[in-house]
Design a protein around this ligand. Structure first.
Ligand code: B12
Length: 367
């Protein structure tokens, strides 16, 4: 392999290690993956760089390949499991062993969140930096997290969420941890690239990565006052209009009715197999969940970004984005009494281009 000589030596090593890990992940070869990572460590790549500059970007690349339909779901799962095993092996490699010298912290994924690997990477970096880390893993129900805090008294809780639809649950977890008097540091893709949702949901802090977390912890996070009476609605006064609550509560009915009306209006659906129909129902449920979440945090960008992302996924799989525009239109017609929801639907719909090749019943005008 040729590498540019303009790169610093450690960057060259990192790049070689990353490329070797990637080819092992693509082949589903766990031994080759571990060999690539151990070779990097033995050549002098620091363990933290292996985690953050080799494994993390390889994992993100798995997602990009899946989204572009160049990797199957099964290949994605295999690659993720291999990365998890490699991270575990690294923790037990001599280059990855560090005695704790700082206080204890708890790292947990919000309830419903199955993306544990980002939180695992965070935990391992903090461990390498001398923190004593309790990694609670994926999908941690808030009552169990609180019980853990009472039992172990950590310096801070680090909450991870990758999927924005977990933000309402994250809000409950943040409120509960603060009420328990433990600082809450939130992170992960769900909280927005700039951490805006962590702040609006009342977290003590937000950080983009483990290195920043380590700095914030070293500086000391302010401890919340457990006696202060705080109601979640104070963070999000717009919830008083009840749009979020009503849409979240009527989700199943909304999905069912949207599916039925879509069948009337989107002619290709009449030829759908039961599997295609099930996928369409799942897609509608995701749209309804993101709509409810955007109402919860009162943020257009959250919904528009999701619709743009879904359109990209559908297009990569040969499904016309026209069906998505129609879904938004059908939802709009069912939510006449929800002005905030309708504004979200309308603006997100503007970004979707109608496909002129798809037959439209009625007046044939794009929705
Ligand atoms: C692996 C994976 C899975 C695995 C997770 C297994 C595991 N053990 O983690 C499984 C198969 C379970 C899964 C399921 C789903 N997934 Co998935 N998944 C991924 C994938 C490919 C990698 C995630 C990852 O590890 N990324 C690498 C890490 C390093 O990056 P990161 O997430 O940005 O994390 C960094 C920072 O955010 C930060 N960080 C993270 N947490 C925290 C916390 C704190 C406190 C701090 C300070 C920092 C911090 O540090 C990390 C390191 O730098 C991503 C694609 C991607 N690009 O990330 C999709 C992805 C996240 N998944 C996605 C989706 C849609 C799903 C599903 C809904 C699919 C489905 N239809 O069922 C489900 C949802 C499950 C659930 N309820 O949680 C979408 C989300 C899109 C969106 N609009 O939000 C993505 C982006 C795929 C894509 N390309 O579109 N997934």
């Amino acid at each position: 392999m040729t590498v540019s000589t303009s790169l610093r030596p450690d960057q060259r090593l990192i790049r070689t290690c990353r490329e070797e890990l990637w080819s092992a992940l693509r082949d589903g070869d766990e031994h080759a993956a571990a060999t690539a990572v151990f070779a990097g460590l033995e050549d002098g790549v620091p363990a933290e760089a292996v985690l953050m500059e080799v494994i993390a970007p390889s994992q993100a690349r798995v997602g990009q390949e899946w989204a572009a339909n160049r990797m199957t779901v099964a290949q994605e799962h295999v690659a993720t499991v291999i990365n998890e095993r490699v991270i575990a092996a690294l923790a037990h490699h001599p280059a990855g062993r560090v005695e704790p010298r700082h206080a204890r912290v708890a790292v947990a994924c919000v309830e419903g969140e199955w993306h544990a690997l980002p939180a695992r990477l965070l935990s391992e970096v903090l461990r390498l930096r001398g923190w004593r880390v309790d990694f609670l893993g994926a999908h941690v129900p808030t009552p169990h997290l609180i019980a853990h805090l009472h039992r172990t008294g950590p310096e801070a809780v680090l909450l991870s969420a990758s999927i924005p639809t977990h933000l309402p649950t994250a809000h409950a977890a943040i409120t509960a941890c603060m009420a328990a008097g433990v600082p809450m540091l939130a992170g992960g893709a769900a909280f927005g690239a700039d951490g805006r949702y962590a702040r609006s949901l009342g977290a003590t802090e937000w950080a983009a990565d483990a290195a920043t977390v380590a700095e914030l912890l070293a500086a000391g996070l302010p401890r919340p006052d457990p006696t202060a009476m705080h109601h979640p609605i104070e963070d999000l006064p717009h919830l008083a209009d009840q749009e979020y609550t009503m849409i979240a509560q009527s989700r199943s009915r909304l999905v069912k009715e949207t599916l039925a009306e879509l069948e009337e209006r989107f002619l290709p659906m009449r030829e759908y197999s039961s599997r295609q129909r099930r996928h369409t129902a799942e897609d509608i449920a995701h749209v309804a969940d993101y709509l409810a979440t955007a109402l919860y945090v009162d943020d257009q960008e959250l919904f528009t970004a999701f619709i743009g992302w879904t359109a990209g996924i559908l297009t990569a799989r040969g499904v016309p984005a026209r069906s998505l525009a129609l879904t938004l239109d059908v939802l709009d017609s069912q939510l006449k009494d929800f002005p905030r929801a309708r504004a979200l639907l309308e603006r997100a719909g503007h970004g979707l281009r109608p496909d002129p090749h798809i037959p439209v019943p009625g007046n044939g005008k794009p929705a």
